[in-house]
Design a protein around this ligand. Structure first.
Ligand code: FE2
Length: 256
């Protein structure tokens, strides 16, 4: 009898332990560059498959690939992205990699993006909420952020600000952060920021966003195997438990 109670007690203790190294905090990744050959992410189908396998092993069930779209760089179109997605889907099935995949984009705030929105071009969004992932340059505060948010929301999209912790112009501009939050912009941090992948300043700002519970999504922003290594390191880090206290929306995108 005693041992039965003892066993029950131990099971209870185990369930109160939030996350261990063998489980994953989210099942859906919403930001990555695994579609090979169309941006600065995976360079070949072999690398795409290798990375996809790693994500499955880490506990992911679904990934939304988000290649860059930017005027001065990667001029990807929905057609290019969706064609590449179709190739990757076939390769995943042929290699028995059990991972649900979709594609959207990481839109860079530039004239091209603003024009697409104003001309009512269909953007690559995800989820029934029509989430749009967007980024800006890292150093200087971009012009037109407010207008961008207004235009996206007026067109029925829900903007997600990719990796706010990477924007140096934001680190000492609380007013700007509040403006974005008040307008309902959702925040996605890169989980690797928390293990110093981009340096102290980005890590500290990511920690601040986690502490204040301003984070709505976490993402891998995975471009290569280096990111996978950093994600595994994060699982051993104390702050990983803190992520479990956030109301993350990642898993709402997985229907099972
Ligand atoms: Fe990215």
């Amino acid at each position: 009898m005693f041992s039965w109670f003892k066993k029950k007690e131990m099971e209870t203790q185990n369930t109160t332990k939030i996350i261990d190294e063998n489980s994953n905090i989210v099942q859906v990744d919403i930001h990555s560059h695994l579609l090979y050959g169309i941006d600065d992410g995976a360079r070949s189908i072999e690398i795409t498959l290798q990375l996809a396998k790693e994500f499955v092993e880490m506990g992911y069930k679904k990934m939304i690939f988000t290649p860059h779209i930017m005027l001065d760089g990667y001029k990807n179109t929905p057609e290019i992205i969706l064609n590449r997605l179709a190739d990757v889907k076939i390769a995943l099935a042929e290699n028995n990699i059990d991972l649900e995949v979709e594609a959207a984009a990481e839109y860079y705030l530039d004239e091209g993006f603003l024009k697409k929105i104003r001309q009512n071009e269909e953007l690559l969004s995800f989820g029934k909420e029509k989430y749009i992932l967007f980024e800006t340059g890292f150093r200087n505060k971009p012009q037109g952020l407010k207008e961008l948010i207004f235009d996206l929301q007026s067109s029925g999209y829900k903007p997600i600000w990719a990796h706010p912790e990477r924007y140096y112009y934001l680190h000492d501009n609380r007013e700007l952060l509040d403006m974005m939050l008040e307008r309902g912009v959702l925040l996605q941090i890169n989980q690797v920021s928390l293990v110093n992948f981009y340096g102290d300043a980005c890590r500290e700002y990511a920690e601040f966003l986690v502490k204040e519970k301003f984070v709505n999504f976490i993402g891998s922003d995975c471009h290569s195997l280096r990111y996978v290594g950093a994600m595994k390191d994060l699982k051993k880090n104390k702050i990983y438990q803190k992520l479990g206290e956030l109301n993350l929306l990642n898993n709402s995108l997985y229907l099972g």
